[in-house]
Design a binder for this molecule. Structure first.
Ligand code: PEP
Length: 250
């Protein structure tokens, strides 16, 4: 079995201030030093400069929570992958469920954002996941596969060798309701199996993160599952001690 390094990535969403970020970033940087897992934070655009200034030279990566599908032009308010790469970002989240739901991002648009991020040398963190209604209707695997296949169709399976996938059941994000380790494992295994259909080597090396109300108390059990390679952490990434405890669990 391929050895995959665990990755714990924070998604700060639209939280923070220059003052409060400083102590959080300093604490994460200090606490993550020497840890065996990879760690990263995805911060709001205005705080990328602060993340770069604090985290450069540390073992904590940093990046953005979204990226434009376009390379440049008349797209007011958007930020291109080339700009993020120019700035030194390593990661860009694409297809977070809040973008899909609140901003109407389609599978195709997410696939284009993924390609844009990859094309500029960023590591896209591709979020996939089902709603509660979809889980209850028994279509979890087909929803997640459809979201994944949009990217496979647009970029090809080799692209996933330079990307990260995050399985985030929508009903578990910010709700305090976590998928059980077995529920998460089942979907992670399905994601890996779908990638393996196209390329077994890429599938074996692919980091598939779990996201959805991961806390210090449930991280160890989740990360102990064979196909769970770390986490995408929302709320708990805003408290250094919580985020670091999750990193330690990885
Ligand atoms: C997220 O925002 O991607 C997320 C998983 O949030 P939370 O950990 O708060 O559920």
């Amino acid at each position: 079995m391929a050895q995959r390094t665990k990755l714990v990535a924070g998604n700060w969403k639209m939280h923070g201030s220059l003052a409060s970020n400083l102590s959080l970033l300093d604490a994460v940087k200090a606490g993550a030093a020497g840890m065996a897992c990879e760690a990263a934070v995805c911060v709001p655009y205005p705080y990328l400069a602060q993340a770069r200034s604090v985290l450069t030279g540390s073992n904590v990566g940093w990046g953005a929570q979204d990226v434009s599908a376009h390379s440049q032009g008349a797209y007011t308010g958007e930020v291109s992958a080339a700009m993020l790469a120019d700035f030194g970002c390593r990661y860009a989240i694409v297809g977070h469920s809040e973008r899909r739901t609140l901003h109407g991002e389609s599978d195709q648009l997410v696939a284009e954002k993924f390609a844009a991020a990859l094309g500029s040398g960023l590591t896209p963190i591709l979020c996939v996941g089902e709603t509660l209604a979809e889980r209850e209707a028994g279509v979890t695997d087909s929803v997640v596969t459809r979201q994944l296949e949009a990217v496979l169709a647009n970029s090809g399976v080799a692209a996933l060798a330079r990307a990260v996938v995050a399985y985030e059941p929508v009903w578990a994000i910010g709700t305090g309701r976590t998928a059980t380790p077995q529920q998460a494992q089942d979907v992670h295994a399905a994601i890996r199996a779908r990638v393996a259909k196209d390329d077994a080597t890429v599938a074996a090396g692919l980091q598939v993160l779990y996201g959805g109300s991961v806390k210090a108390g449930n991280a160890k059990e989740l990360f102990g599952m064979p196909d769970i390679d770390g986490g995408l952490i929302g709320g708990a990434s805003l408290v250094a001690a919580d985020f670091l405890a999750i990193c330690a669990a990885a």
